[in-house]
Each structure stands twice: as C-alpha cells, then as structure tokens.
Design a protein around this ligand. Sequence first.
Ligand code: BTN
Length: 250
Amino acid sequence: MELSQERLARVLNGRAFQYFAVLDSTNDQAQAWLREGAPNGALVIADEQRKGRGRKGRVWHTPPGVALAISFILRPPQTALHQVSMLGALAVSDLLTEIGARDVGVKWPNDVQLGGRKVCGILPEVIWNGDHLLGVVLGIGVNVRVDFSGTELERVAISIEHALSKTFDRADLVARLVARFDHWTVLLGSDAMFKVWKSRLNMLGKSVIVEQEGVRLTGTAEDVDADGGLHLRRPDGALERVLAGDVLPL
Ligand code: BTN
C-alpha cells in the first residue's frame, strides 16, 4: 500500500495535508477543516471513502488501494469561483499527459477522460458563512487501478493503469497533481486559463444531448464562455446557455 502519512509527508514537502486510511468523504473533512481555518492549498487525502459523493448527489466509489480521493482547499476571490472546477480538470489532464497518456480530454463541464472514458470526476463545493465566502473545496477522484470489467461502468470508465499498461505509485501521482494544481492556481480567473480549458474540451462543434434535471436537450455544442457555461445551438436555431448537466454524444 503506497499511500501513507509518511510517504505523503515526504513527497509533499511541508505542505499542509491530512491523510486518512478510511474516511466518509474527503470533501466533508475538507469543509470542516476549511471552517477551522485550513490554509489555502491544504489537502485532504483518503485511501478509501465510505460515502464518496459525485455530482448531482450521485455515489462515488473509492475502494481501498485503487484510486486517488483528494480534496483541495482554496480561498479564491469570488470573481473566480466559476473557474475553480476548470482548475481541477486542467491539473488532472496535465498529470495524465505528463505520465505518458494519450487522448486526454475534458468532457464538459469537468470530467477528465482517457480515450473517451471517464478517468476522473471533479466535485467543487463552495462554502459560505452567510453571504461571506469562506472558500471552496475541490474534490477530485481519479481511477488509478479500479477494475471496471464486468460492471455497468465498463464502457464508460477507465483507470490510469489499464489505459497505460503500467503501474504507478499513488503518492507520486499526488505529488505531480499538486504541482500542476499550484501551477494553475496562480492563473485562476485568467483568460489564459480559460483558453487552455476550452482547448481541451472534447465535444465542441459536435452534436450532443445535454441531460439536465431529467430534461434532454439536443443540439450542437457551439461554444463555452468564461464562466463555464455551454452554448448549445438547438435544432430550431435558438441558442441555449447551459450551466450544468451531463453531455452525451448524439
Ligand atoms: C463526479 O464526477 O460526479 C464527481 C466525483 C468526485 C469524487 C471526489 S473523490 C474526492 C472527493 N470526495 C468526495 O466525496 N467526492 C470527491
């Protein structure tokens, strides 16, 4: 088992972090730490999550020994809030490219894919105290050696080690991810960051279905804006701006 307090302390070079062998959700723990005054950039890492959360109240499974479950604590300016999840997608896609992956893409809004299959999910949670912004918890779940064969996710999900036919040290992956996260944090809210995120989206210009709270919209994914909104050209020519949802190829 290559994740441990000692290993992480060695590779994270004095950065504030908390490691747990088992946790309900790193996002819950990070929220609690954020309220207690965690420094900007602090991390919560777990080997296993018992109640991992995905977007839209979905369950996110993190069995022991096979994944990364990390929550970054950020205190961004309010004007940059909508770009925090872009930051996660950029850091993870950089990490994948750095370790030799090809066909890395971002599926709007922020799933990271390898060969069109989901390798990473991102869950940003904004924490307020009344109308005062306390910060953001950016939860990142990466499949390192999760075995999806024979499951309902087999066709849509993938793990790094299966895609690259190679084993990886998860503590090393954490250290690389943190380095890429720090790189993009400096650029948070900038046009430069938005442009790179946009260039990595893998469905712009394509015909798609957007599922949003039970409603299915079809159209062409024409553009995205700096707030992360998707501009969907409907078959009748109207332009619809979508802020959240799941995109599927048509
Ligand atoms: C999604 O694609 O639905 C988002 C998945 C986010 C999962 C990560 S794992 C670390 C962090 N803790 C959680 O409970 N969820 C996020």
